[in-house]
Ligand binder design. Sequence first.
Ligand SMILES: [Fe+2]
Ligand SMILES: [Fe+2]
Length: 329
Amino acid sequence: MYTQAMDIPGGPKAVAPGSPEEAAFNARIARDEKIEPRDWMPEAYRKTLVRQISQHAHSEVVGMLPEGNWITRAPSLKRKAILMAKVQDEGGHGLYLYAAAETLGVSRDDLIDALHAGKAKYSSIFNYAALSWADMGAIGWLVDGAAIMNQIPLCRCSYGPYARAMIRICKEESFHQRQGFDIMLALCRGTPAQKQMAQDALDRWWWPVVQMFGPPDADSVHSGATMAWGIKRISNDDLRQKFIDATVPQAELLGLTIPDPHLKWNGERGHYDIGPIDWDEFWRAVGGDGPCSRERIATRVRAQEEGAWVREAALAHARKQAARARKAA
Ligand SMILES: [Fe+2]
Ligand SMILES: [Fe+2]
């Protein structure tokens, strides 16, 4: 998808701040034009994008793990087929995003090595355990629902390859959200025990999902620059509020209770107010000390090692094909 730009030697050249190149870049951002891989860009813009796109890619592939664990235990053939398709979609999202990151002059292997060495971050949410089938519903409904809120504005991101990758990803995420809600709906219309499973999943996932939007705007170190560059369009707190406002009526429709005694409609603001967020828990989960952090990385490392022979075989095959093509020519 983005291979046209992967051969740029050494990435964009450095220029002094305040240079004509930088002025032209800023003017393009102000006109809401897309920046493409071959265009000049400030080094800080490139680095910010590499950090954000690679964290996003890592989140997609680590996000496959909690749900991948449930494929063999799905309650019906239909649910199994849907869950398998969803987990495959997430792998595809990782692929588009690693490819988008590579247009900025980094290698996918290096990005994956950083993830496996514990140096790269990914979404805090995937460090939580999926304990019951209802968690497949809660993850789709809430985690993919939160991802959509975050990702829709990224379709208008100033960096072309990232924005284009997000368009397809968002279409698939909206299917993920609906399949999750459908699982919740089936459970809530089922036996009292099934409804209790759904409530229990909501109780465990709600706060980690609210935290997923990232630290409050006042403490968000990267927000200012990413907003100015048109990478991020809506702040963490505003996205969180949009998500809460959209999700509360859905929980009411399911007949479930959101585990926040302070949750209340505020007519003056036209939004829901919520209780205090436990930011210590968020920082622990982001920093590699979440309930499943070590297990997730260990699983990723094992998958990488066990898949080495496939990558080697594919490369050997490609070399053989190229040699044959040369000989024929
Ligand atoms: Fe995804
Ligand atoms: Fe998804």
